[in-house]
Ligand binder design. Structure first.
Ligand code: UDP
Length: 327
């Protein structure tokens, strides 16, 4: 069996990746420091606890498993926190990723799949966001991811590190079979917070700003189902295995929904009221982030299958009601 090193495999997106990799015949080896991940989410392959900042531990894990590729999910990923604690983002995300990339190259593991973000684009008025859009991030999270993209580019030139970079739009939903799902402590993402509010697990949702230049004044995002996102990662891994070289792909559906539209869909899916109030803007938020790219479809053959708001919210709702890692 071919080993794939999955950093952040105990987290939301990484755990879905491990499931898909195992189903595709790979052995996903999770490397995670469990600061934001959950050991109970590691169900599909071996677990190695470790930090990206610990180079000796990384070298040990590369030597033990000799992975054919790395899928790098581990990161701090909250916009609000990135604004107030930028140093943590630069250290954990950039220095940590540099350590990982150096360890991969030293071990001769030259296929690398990286989770980047549409937050690297920043604010662009009336521009379709495709992979060639200038990257002008508004927050330290986006800036840290852009810096890692630059590192990958330089390491390709120097050492032949083949990489696929995926710039995610907003990931939502959960494994429809309920084995893994989204579970952050603290939670900061719209869909799980809204489901908590619907369920009475928190007082209500705060809508961050209604004075944006959008039809209803709330921010617009492009939501993609976590399982569709991970399908693209397996295709990206195959792309690298076939020697097709380094490439950047946006992963979004091209459809944007405002915060108020997500609330309305959630009411319809759950048949419950969403308690919410209006609050101020959250620092670092862009008005609108919607993918304008068809590259992943055309070149990877990626077709999102579960990325309607209804399916994402109903999969997340089922997980929310039945699954978590604190039991
Ligand atoms: N949002 C909100 N209230 C919340 C959390 C998020 O209004 O409690 C908004 C946020 O301003 C953004 C959208 O929901 O416009 C998605 O935010 P999230 O944190 O889920 O993802 P991000 O876009 O930051 O990656």
């Amino acid at each position: 069996m071919t080993n794939i090193l999955v950093t952040g495999g105990a987290g939301y997106i990484g755990s879905h990746a491990c499931k898909a990799l195992a189903q595709a015949g790979y052995t996903p080896v999770t490397y995670d420091n469990l600061i934001t991940g959950w050991q109970d989410a590691v169900k599909f392959g071996p677990f190695e606890q470790g930090d990206l900042l610990d180079r000796a531990r990384l070298d040990e894990v590369f030597a033990k498993y000799q992975p054919a590729a790395v899928m790098h999910f581990a990161a701090l990923s909250q916009v609000g926190e990135a604004m107030s604690q930028p140093g943590r983002y630069w250290t954990n995300n950039v220095t940590g990723s540099l350590n990982l990339i150096e360890a991969a190259v030293a071990a001769g593991c030259l296929n690398f799949v990286f989770s980047s973000t549409c937050a690297t684009y920043g604010e662009h008025d009336n521009v379709v966001l495709d992979e060639d859009t200038p990257q002008l991030p508004l927050n330290a999270y986006g800036a840290s991811k852009r810096a890692i993209e630059d590192i990958l580019h330089d390491f390709e030139a120097a050492y032949g590190l083949n990489h696929v970079i995926f710039r995610y739009f907003n990931v939502a939903g959960a494994d429809p079979e309920g084995e893994v799902g989204e579970f952050h402590r603290p939670e900061t993402h719209l869909v799980p917070l809204m489901l908590d509010a619907i369920d009475g697990k928190r007082d209500g949702l705060t809508v961050f700003g209604t004075d944006y230049d959008t039809p209803d004044g709330t921010c617009i995002r492009d939501y993609v189902h976590v399982c569709d996102l991970i399908d693209a990662h397996v295709l990206g891994l195959n792309w690298l295995e076939q020697g097709k070289g380094s490439r950047v792909f946006n992963l979004g559906t091209g459809s944007g929904f405002s915060v108020m539209e997500v609330i309305d869909h959630s009411k319809a899916v759950t048949n419950r009221e969403v308690p919410y109030s209006i609050g101020p803007r959250r620092a670092g938020d862009c008005t609108k982030l919607v993918s304008g790219s068809v590259r992943a479809g055309q070149e990877l053959g990626w077709t999102p299958k579960r990325s309607t708001l209804e399916t994402m919210i109903s999969d997340a709702w089922r997980w929310h009601q039945n699954g978590n890692y604190e039991k």
